[in-house]
Design a protein around this ligand. Structure first.
Ligand SMILES: [Zn+2]
Length: 179
């Protein structure tokens, strides 16, 4: 007779055999994940039109912003060889949207704010929208509002990505449910 190891569902605690969750909780978790994915998709799906005319730009300090034809944005800081990914740009409903995946741990703790790449922000129209999304939440803000609410927290240094920090409370937040 095969040995069946009894354990407990990690969500509701009922006794189960050999899996992490009971079938009822699996169904709940699957549904929550599907809703979360749908919410992320709703906010981050954009038409990746070529916006390189606007976003390909080198500033007076020699920092280069580069936008490829599918809307991926790269920033090469003056004096650096490698470029860094700074998000994507595209259009939706006639507006330009700047979208960037983020991690909650990369939020500026002391001021509780998100840093927006200044070079990208400078190229955004006033009615454009900025969307940051983490596994926990979707943060969105209109460019004009970000400009009004943001502040610089550090003095510029060579090799440092200049960012405008906008307090979390000034963004529209959609929490992503789930586990
Ligand atoms: Zn359960």
């Amino acid at each position: 007779m095969p040995e069946t190891k009894a354990s407990n569902c990690q969500k509701c605690g009922v006794e189960i055999t050999g899996v992490y969750y009971c079938p009822a909780c699996v169904a709940i978790l699957d549904k929550a994940l599907a809703e979360k994915n749908a919410a992320v998709e709703k906010h981050t799906t954009i038409s990746h039109v070529d916006l390189s005319d606007i976003f390909n730009h080198t500033d007076e300090e020699g920092n280069e912003l580069f936008c490829n034809t599918s809307g991926k944005l790269y920033l090469k800081l003056a004096g650096e060889k490698a470029s860094r990914k700074v998000g994507s740009i595209g259009r939706k409903g006639g507006r330009i949207k700047y979208i960037k995946p983020v991690k909650e741990k990369n939020r500026h703790r002391k001021s509780n704010s998100w840093g927006i790449c200044w070079t990208v922000l400078n190229k955004m129209p006033n009615d454009g929208e900025i969307i940051f999304y983490s596994p926990e939440a979707i943060y969105s803000i209109e460019v004009m509002r970000a400009r009004g609410k943001g502040q610089f927290l550090f003095f510029k240094r060579v090799g440092y990505e200049k960012q405008l920090f906008v307090p979390v409370k000034d963004w529209t937040i959609e929490r992503l449910g789930g586990q």
